[in-house]
Design a protein around this ligand. Structure first.
Ligand code: UDP
Length: 322
């Protein structure tokens, strides 16, 4: 298939691009490089540097079989202090992309959604029918885009099939493609910075949560498993509907368990200190991915926490000067 990947210079977008190329697809990456890296774009992909809202229509006019939309602002804390950056950068941009998809009759759209659309869950594991009450503008903008996609697919006269994939905690790396955010907020890369010697210690955001060891529990999923779901979504997308699927392993690990796994994998003592809770953090976020199993035929195979950390660590070490 001829595919457009927005945000293909970012973490998840670059890994998915690598998988798409391996599967024989013809891929164009569109990215403004505001947070992504040009050298993260796999070499087999064509690259267009530009604002998705401005450039997508011109690219799609060439005729495409599908769009995978990863380009987004994704920092929860930043979304609270600068919501305009998120409503414009995520929602307005995505509407422009949807207009271009409609205008050029692209039949498939796969969207990078998030567990942040659910907010504080009432029950665990979270299913796609759980209430969506995001607790920050980042999650609210991703939910708004999901709603927009539902409307566009419904009005497309079965021309557009769309799949939103709601990621839980993506981690790990795919060889040379991994997580390298300028502003890093995610637990595993922060802990590995300590092991790599670029950070002194890691903060544990609260140890008085209602969980077994008092620290927050999350569902960590290997980025390769995530990419596999995107390839499957492309195959099921052309049905004229909008399918929403959670992507997670259905198993939770606490912050302390993650730090322990990082100690085992790296052999570094990794000093950790308990800090106050982080605003907006739910105690437990674990996915039910039953729908992805059923509709996409997707089963994650890389759920082992030490394996996820080992791949992330190999990536970190490959980038630290010897
Ligand atoms: N966390 C932590 N210390 C850090 C970063 C994160 O204790 O330096 C915790 C955070 O409170 C959450 C979990 O680790 O419970 C995962 O956080 P992350 O930011 O990686 O992902 P989120 O679940 O917020 O999407």
């Amino acid at each position: 298939m001829k595919l457009l990947v927005t945000g293909g210079a970012g973490y998840v977008g670059s890994v998915c691009t690598a998988h798409l190329l391996d599967a024989g697809h013809d891929v164009t990456v569109l990215d403004d490089l505001s947070t992504g890296h040009r050298d993260a774009v796999p070499s087999g992909a064509a690259f267009v540097q530009g604002d998705v809202a401005v450039a997508a229509s011109g690219v799609l006019a060439e005729g495409y079989d599908g769009v995978l939309h990863f380009a987004a602002r994704s920092l929860v804390g930043e979304s609270v202090v600068d919501p305009a950056k998120y409503w414009h950068g995520n929602v307005v941009t995505s509407i422009a992309l949807l207009d271009a998809v409609r205008a050029h009759r692209v039949p498939r759209l796969v969207f990078s959604s998030t567990a942040a659309t659910y907010g504080e869950p009432e029950t665990s594991p979270i299913t796609e029918d759980s209430p969506t009450r995001p607790t920050n503008p980042y999650g609210a903008t991703k939910l708004a885009i999901d709603h927009a996609i539902t409307s566009y697919a419904a009005a497309s006269g079965r021309e557009l099939g769309a799949v939103s994939l709601r990621y839980f905690n993506v981690a790990g790396a795919h060889g040379a493609f991994g997580e390298r955010h300028t502003t890093e907020t995610h637990l595993i890369p922060l802990v590995l910075q300590v092991a790599a010697g670029t950070r002194e210690q890691v903060a544990i955001y609260g140890d008085d949560w209602p969980t077994a060891d008092g620290t927050c529990v999350r569902d960590y999923i290997h980025v390769d498993d995530l990419a596999d779901a995107h390839l499957r979504a492309l195959d099921v997308a052309p049905t004229g509907e909008h399918l929403i699927c959670n992507l997670g392993n259905g198993t939770g690990f606490s912050v302390r368990e993650v730090i322990e796994a990082c100690r085992r994998v790296t052999g570094h003592p990794i000093p950790a200190a308990v800090a106050p809770r982080r605003a907006g953090d739910p105690a437990v976020l674990v996915a039910s991915a039953a729908r992805a199993h059923e509709r996409l035929g997707w089963t994650p195979t890389r759920g082992d926490l030490d394996g996820i950390v080992a791949d992330a660590w190999a990536f970190v070490r490959s980038r630290v000067p010897a």
